[in-house]
Design a protein around this ligand. Sequence first.
Ligand SMILES: Cc1ncc(COP(=O)(O)O)c(C=O)c1O
Length: 363
Amino acid sequence: MSLSPKPGVMEIEAYVPGRSQAAGAARVYKLSSNESPFGASPNAIAAYEAAERTLGVYPEGTARILRDAIATHYGLAADRIVCGNGSDEILTLLANSYVRPGEEVLFSAHSFSLYRIVTLANSGVPVEVPTPNLALNVDDMIARIGPKTRLVYIANPNNPTATYVSASEMRRLHRALPDSALLVIDAAYSEYVRRNDYEAGIELVSTSTNVVMTRTFSKVYGLAGIRVGWGYCPKGVAEVLHRVRAPFNVNIAAQHAAVAALHDIAHVEKALQHNDLWRSRMTDEIRALGLRVDDSVANFVLIHFPETPGKRADDADRFLMSRGVIMRGCRSYDLPQCLRLTIGSEEANLAALGAIREFMASR
Ligand SMILES: Cc1ncc(COP(=O)(O)O)c(C=O)c1O
């Protein structure tokens, strides 16, 4: 018998990351990966550098210093927190631990592509719930729950649509789920949401046996490069994840930097205020150019381009790249008519606005 991967693996289309280079442009603005324009807190950078003294020694295996800091910060039990090499790792470990071949994993159309990847990697069956209005309708998701449902991934807010599911709708979805299935709330962008009817998921995890919330240090904390994320889990799920994760999955420099980032509240607040201001300004100004921009609760906006030849998203993308503005094409999210724009620094935002204005005015 020849060597072959598990069923499903060859159906995976490899993850397409945001681009980072624009050939020929004098100045490049990378607005393609939802990174923070403020980068990491200076305290996090100092903690990272200080960790160089311990590079030769294995870290404590369970990322205890980071779990303790997160537990104190949010008022959670440290033994229900599992840290990962990015929240990607936690999302992946959940599928690795719970999805058996042929079991179904639900997620919405136009959502984070990792959900499909980890489902297929475990020979599971991806069940994509259509979202014709882009925002997830919980009833449509409930209608797909069946005896083979094992996992439900909800990005809340969702990437790339920047929409969200309210706390009461999330509870309703959870109530419709059997105890044998796990609801995974991927709250990577939760810090950016300013809505009274939104909850990241802590309460739901605390009061159930089959809900996990994942969080990341890659976005508002500006630590995407060193890969730190975490999950808040029912105790039994945390114990499972600790069994299957790699023994030292979060490196020591990342742990120290993340603890310092968590404690630098002023740095986070500055990033959030900037995001509030520019999210609404970018939305208004791009709409004023005649383009559809959906209401966003995150640190990015989804821009819809028309079907008119010369004015399509691909045309816009080429034009913007020539001006050094790198956005995220949404073909891999099945939204070929859209580009996703991360809220950047003031300079980057103005460059993006100027380039879009120039594109729309060009013939
Ligand atoms: C919805 C969503 N979940 C999770 C992640 C992964 O984040 P991390 O850097 O923590 O792996 C991203 C990153 O873009 C995301 O958009």
